[in-house]
Write a protein that binds this ligand. Structure first.
Ligand code: ISE
Length: 336
């Protein structure tokens, strides 16, 4: 069996997780090198997994013993790394967001089309979650009619100190933006954000929390997304789709129900890495096997671009509350 030899760019929290996942769980892939501007991060992974440290990102992407690249560095550095992979003809898995501006996302799309073959997969792991896959199957069967309304909630117990109002879109709702686009297979046409009073657990001048985001699609579906990143009680992802003939709800993570002291309790997840751990594993299995076949099977650079354009429209509405139009244009034949 062929082994996919990978360099991981960025060995912070998520990069480390991916290195461990590849080294500990995957038979047909191996991390051969790590590159991080933080030398301690790279050293930690070199010590633990025996991978070589490569300080020069451009050189390691082009290295002959590197078949593919995982980009998991600081978000604003994604675009440069991904563009370099395309220039070197190397398949690349890029954590979300693909880039922090829609212009950079468009540049990636244009570079990939000019190269002539798909190389980029974006890390929208929800598409590999069992519950979301079940929703996709049910919706695709059309057994319950067309979707009309989608209610989502994305709640984090708390977030880091540098997380500001726009992160609620770029870092958090970006998952729903992609997942719902994929689930209902429809194009977004407008975005609006409604901001109620903020929780006392945040500094409202820096982070407005919670927020209600509303998206509309070309076929008339209305999607509401509650983002509440200081909900305190746990990590909670909800998605309910109202179709013409049925209401379909994302399954809850499964925990035993405990009866004790006149209470019936069921645990909740507390952390996104745990909630989606299986999805990440399946996502990487799929990325490695499709890369070895010379294909891109998961979310493409075009999906990354659509998410970025939609996210920018939501962020524009955060300050005014107004409805902002979304125009991504027609999906190019290359990505159809
Ligand atoms: C984080 O970056 C993620 O990707 C998590 O899934 C999300 O729940 C969290 O809000 C983000 O900051």
């Amino acid at each position: 069996m062929k082994t996919l030899r990978i360099v991981v760019i960025g060995a912070g929290a998520i990069g480390r997780e991916h290195i461990e996942r590849i080294q500990a769980k995957m038979a047909n892939a191996a991390v051969v090198a790590v590159c991080d501007i933080n030398a301690d991060n790279a050293q930690l992974m070199a010590d633990k997994w025996g991978v070589r440290i490569e300080p020069d990102m451009h050189a390691v992407i082009a290295a002959p013993d590197v078949d593919a690249v995982v980009v998991a560095c600081y978000d604003p550095a994604h675009a440069e790394a991904v563009l370099h992979c395309i220039a070197a003809g190397k398949p690349v898995f890029c954590e979300k967001p693909m880039a922090t501006t829609q212009e950079d996302c468009r540049a990636i799309v244009d570079a990939e089309m000019a190269f002539g073959r798909k190389l980029v997969q974006v890390g929208f792991q929800r598409r590999y979650d069992k519950g979301y896959l079940q929703l996709k199957e049910i919706l695709s069967s059309r057994e319950f009619g067309a979707p009309l309304l989608v209610h989502c909630a994305h709640r984090n117990a708390s977030v880091a100190d540098n997380y500001d109002t726009s992160y609620a879109v770029y870092s958090t709702a970006i998952h729903e933006i992609d997942a719902i686009h994929w689930l209902i297979d429809d194009e977004y046409v407008s975005a609006q954000v409604i901001i109620p009073g903020s929780t006392r657990h945040t500094r409202p001048d820096f982070l407005k929390d919670p927020q209600l985001m509303i998206l509309r699609t070309a076929k008339g579906v209305v999607i509401d997304i509650e983002v509440f990143v200081n909900c305190r009680y746990g990590y909670d992802i909800q998605c309910e789709i109202c179709c013409e003939d049925a209401i379909i709800k994302l399954p809850e993570p499964s925990f035993p129900a405990v009866r004790k002291d006149a209470m019936l309790t069921v645990a909740l997840e507390t952390d996104w890495k745990q909630r989606f751990i299986e999805a990440y594993d399946v996502e990487f299995e799929d990325w490695v096997s499709s890369t070895l076949r010379g294909e891109v099977n998961g979310p493409t650079a075009w999906d990354g671009y659509v998410a970025a354009v939609t996210a920018d429209a939501l962020v524009r509405s955060q300050t005014t509350g107004e409805v902002v139009d979304i125009a991504t244009g027609k999906t190019p034949e290359f990505y159809a």
